[in-house]
Design a protein around this ligand. Structure first.
Ligand code: AMP
Length: 226
């Protein structure tokens, strides 16, 4: 099964993807996490991506497409994947279709669009702090750790992603509006898009997504029609 989680930075795709990949038994594939792992390991891919990421820009299509398709071919994705942060442009979506069709004789089953208003997105991004050990996200106001700036699970000092700082976050949202939002129409026209209200509690968003994907794998509900 191949599902796409679509939404702006800060919409909660990563949080939902972690829950859903366990519930649905498929791999969580996050392009942002793969880039951050490459940066941590000092690979040439990481080196290439870092400048774009720090500025809140998109990494070039050819680079991200190559990385994701290679990852989909690994054993970890044998049962399919829940794609988080990919595709982000129409050429990426086209490349994904072609690869799924030719290499896996498969296709995208559903595109879950998590919708959140712009002001809320900016507040979420610029207040977000993350544990460097377990990646748990916290929020300065809405979900602070028990002890200031320390992870509840690991006790590690939390950090703010370079690209979550306010001016970069604004740039990331602009890039999303210009380059990624056209995908909503793209998947709507193909009858694959399902819209979910992302301004609810994490558990409720998760329930709403499960209801449309069917916790019983393979039972998928009807998408929106264009
Ligand atoms: P994310 O963690 O999904 O917010 O991604 C962090 C950053 O990684 C983005 O702001 C981009 O610079 C880069 N990135 C992640 N996924 C993609 C993608 N599909 N296409 C281009 N750049 C990406």
């Amino acid at each position: 099964m191949y599902l796409i989680l679509l939404g702006a930075p800060g919409a909660g795709k990563g949080t939902q993807a972690k829950l859903l990949s366990e519930e649905l038994g498929i791999a969580h594939v996050s392009s942002g996490d793969l880039f951050r792992e490459n940066i941590k390991n000092g690979t040439s891919l990481g080196l290439e991506a870092k400048g774009y990421m720090d500025r809140g820009e998109l990494v070039p299509d050819a680079t991200v497409i190559g990385m994701i398709i290679a990852h989909l071919e690994t054993e970890a994705c044998a049962k399919g994947a829940l794609l988080d942060g990919f595709p982000r442009t129409i050429p990426q979506a086209d490349a994904l279709d072609t690869a799924l069709h030719s290499s896996f004789s498969d296709s995208i089953q559903k595109v879950i669009y998590i919708k959140v208003e712009t002001e809320e997105l900016l507040n979420r991004l610029s207040g977000r702090w993350i544990c460097p050990v377990c990646s748990t996200p916290y929020h300065e106001v809405k979900n602070p750790p028990k002890v200031d700036h320390l992870c509840d699970n690991e006790g590690a000092a939390l950090y703010q992603r370079e690209d979550d700082k306010r001016s970069t976050a604004e740039n990331r949202l602009q890039v999303y509006f210009n380059q990624t939002m056209p995908l909503i129409e793209y998947y709507l026209k193909r009858g694959l898009l399902i819209e979910i209200n992302g301004q609810q509690k994490v558990e409720k968003v998760n329930q709403d997504i499960l209801a449309v994907t069917g916790s019983n794998r393979g039972e998928l509900s009807e998408p929106l029609v264009a």
